[in-house]
Structure formats: C-alpha cells, structure tokens
Design a binder for this molecule. Sequence first.
Ligand SMILES: C=C1C[C@]23C[C@H]1CC[C@H]2[C@]1(C)CCC[C@@](C)(C(=O)O)[C@H]1[C@@H]3C(=O)O
Ligand SMILES: O=C(O)CCC(=O)C(=O)O
Ligand SMILES: [Fe+2]
Length: 351
Amino acid sequence: MHRQHSKIPTQFIWPLTDRRHALEDLNEPVLDMSGRDDNKQSSTELVRTACESHGFFQVVNHGAEPALIADALECADAFFRLPLARKLEARRTPERGSVSGYACAHAHRFASRLPWKETLSFGYGNDGVGEAVVEYFASILGEDFSQMGSVYRRYCDAMRNVSTAVMEVLATSLGVEKTWFKRYFEEGKSIMRLNHYPPCQEPELTLGTGPHCDPAVLTVLYQDQVGGLEIFADNEWRSIRPRRDALVINIGDTFMALSDGRYKSCLHRAVVNRWCERRSLAFFLCPRDDEVVRPPDNLLSRGGGGGGPRKYPDFTWWELLEFTQQHYRADTTTLQAFIQWLQTSPQQRAS
Ligand SMILES: C=C1C[C@]23C[C@H]1CC[C@H]2[C@]1(C)CCC[C@@](C)(C(=O)O)[C@H]1[C@@H]3C(=O)O
Ligand SMILES: O=C(O)CCC(=O)C(=O)O
Ligand SMILES: [Fe+2]
C-alpha cells in the first residue's frame, strides 16, 4: 500500500509498523466474581500475576445484567445514528466541563493521528444518588432522551458495583485491607464513554483509539462481538477476543501510583476494520478530585514496587485530569510526563 494513494486523510494516519500479520490472541486470565469460586487464593494469585505483568484481566459472573448491557449498546446505536447536526448539539465544549459531550475523531482538540471514532462521554457520581446522568441526557438532547439517560444511569450503577468488587480483590491481592481504596473513589465522579468505530476502507493505516494507558483508577470495558481491542503484553500487541459474558478490566495510571508501581497501567489500543462498525462502553473509575493519591503505608514500608524508594510523588486526580485535558494527550507515557510536569515550577506550568 502506497500511502500517497491512500484515501484516508493524513490526519488519521498512524505510524503502524506491526500490523502486517494477524496477531495472536492473548490467553488472558478470567476472574469469576460469582463468589462460588472455592479457590479464592488462586483467583487472587491470578489477578496479582496479571496486574504485575500487564495490568489486564477479564471478569465473568460480574452481576451486570446481560439485558442492561444490550440496552446500553442499543442506546449507543440510537445516539450515534442521529444526524450529525443533532449529535453536534451535544458536542464537547469547554463550558460544559472538560470531558463530557460528543466528539468526532477528537478533531476539536488535536490536528494529527486522529482516532477513527466518535464518542459520547458524561460524568457519573460514584455515590449513585441523584439524577445527574438522566438530567444530562435531557439537557443536551431534550426530554425525549431521559429514557436513554435512565439506561445509562443504571448501567453506570452496575459498573460502579463491579468496580467496587474488583477494587476489593485488587486490595487483597496487594496485601492491603479490602476496603482501603474505597475512600479514593467513594465520593468521586467517574467518566462513562460510548465509543463508536465506523468501518474504515484502509484500516491498516489508522487506529480506532491510539496506544495509551487510561489515566484513572481502573476501566471497566464492554466490547461488542466485532473485536478490535489489543493489549500490549510480553512485548507484543495481542488481540482480545470478545466474550459476550465478560467485562474487561484495565488498571489505570492512578492505580499504578496507588500501588507504588507494583501493578502496571495497561497499555492498549483499538483497531478498526473494513466491514463492520464496532462499539465499546468504557467506564473510567475516577477518584475524588481532591483526595491525595498516595499508596497505603504498609505498601510503602515494604519498599517501592521492585524495591527502592517511593515511585511517584503525591498528586490529586484533579491535577492529572487537568494535565490530560489542557497540556497532554493521554498516551503510553502519561504518568511519567505528568510527574515531570508536576515537578516543574508553577510559573513554567502556567505557560
Ligand atoms: C482522563 C481522561 C482522558 C481521556 C478521557 C478521560 C478518560 C480516558 C481518556 C482517554 C480515553 C484515554 C485514551 C486517549 C484519549 C485521548 C482518547 O482517545 O479518547 C483519552 C481521553 C481524552 O483526553 O479525551
Ligand atoms: O474500544 C476499545 O476497545 C478500547 C477503548 C479505550 O481504550 C478507551 O475508551 O479508553
Ligand atoms: Fe482506554
């Protein structure tokens, strides 16, 4: 394929060098959350091993109803099929908060390596009270969309419950009191994102979502049956075969900092294909804006992940979120870049 003949606009072209061959599936660990699993020790081990090496695993029997997941996918279809002018009424603008709203290829923020996707993002209060999600849909799209809002409110409630249970397993696997990490996100505001990847005539030249680590605590992702999620594990990209019954869990940068570098933030991306549109639903569990991100004392006293001094300085989610929205496009090294930025003087930071 000669790039100069490509019909893909140059802003979408990523320098891909590793997509000439079909990728091997990752034989990923699957955690059964039914509570019926008698071998708790081996599931804790499984989570620890996966998180220490690449920060990714899947969960089954997670308690989110299949019918609710199906409704959430259907509502995503209904939203993305709206005329563009209608979707643009919901577009992401600075006045509506930094992350919420509709975005198409991120073209409002970036000029190159644009993702081949459109997204709708909105906030969700982790306390689960309040009608914020329903009100958000009604306010950006009109009262007719409150029904859609109530589907996503229930979907986010379910994702919050899954996240809480997963955080308990993560704490136990680190030898930390089960509910220790709760206080980070209990009163926080998480981010829900619907991703829609249209088919692409030259999929090998672009990406649906470029390589990145998610900045928040953890991500609970549902991918439809099309396939396209890839994880970087054991030094190569591996595809993650969709499972109707499973939710994907990715460790985020903030959890990597909370575990003092013991658990890896998962490096992943999403590819697109020529034939078929693809959808995914991402719930980013975010901490309270102002809670200082600091590993528990008993992890620190054991020495940083891999021994030695503490790996990351104190920071707040608000600072990391601001960094990704104002200064830096989240990618493979967001946390490292953020720490460097934090250590620059406030005057330099403002410029
Ligand atoms: C803190 C955030 C940055 C992003 C939106 C929220 C939650 C996840 C982030 C993101 C999805 C990670 C991949 C890269 C990104 C630029 C994207 O492709 O959408 C990220 C988000 C963003 O800044 O828009
Ligand atoms: O669509 C996918 O499978 C991944 C999406 C993703 O990584 C994200 O939204 O952060
Ligand atoms: Fe992601």
